[in-house]
Design a protein. Sequence first.
Length: 191
Amino acid sequence: MRVVIGSLLIGLVFAVPSLQAGSRGDSFMLSNGCINCHGFEGQRTPGAIPSLAGQSEAYLYKTLAAYRDGTLKGTIMNRAMKGYDDQTLRQFAEYYSRLPKDSLGAAVPQAHEQGERLYAQHCSSCHEKQADTPYVKGQSVQYMQGVLKDMATGQRTMPEEMASAMSALKSEELQQLLGFLQGCAQEAPCR
């Protein structure tokens, strides 16, 4: 009896992943470790962890490679990416870039007009038009504040254009901008 049950359990261990791979694709199977933090569909509720759904493939690959290579520091991401080859990182990036971003974030207050104006003036030319730059609408204020802090302390590199845009913002304006970004959980309400 134990032999039969043991054999069945071993069979299930091998069968479940292959069933999942067939229904979701190989890249989903590779990304299973990512879902613990970034959510099942690449979407994260507000907090310090970013949503990945709909980010550009180029940006995701560049970021994952930087974590792996140690040029970008993260709380767990450097260890999580260690050992992955370029092909696997490209599969992660491709998988998450194809997920819909239209449902990023939870229900949040209406976008603030001043924050929207600041975004259009200082951010949209890079964050909506350059493939190697993250899409920031819908990310939580906590996550965005963490990224900005990492940039200010040198944990992340801040591109010159962003440093210039950030230096033009007062503290109150930055909070309005971050509030607008979190409130942009979907494209439609954000214009």
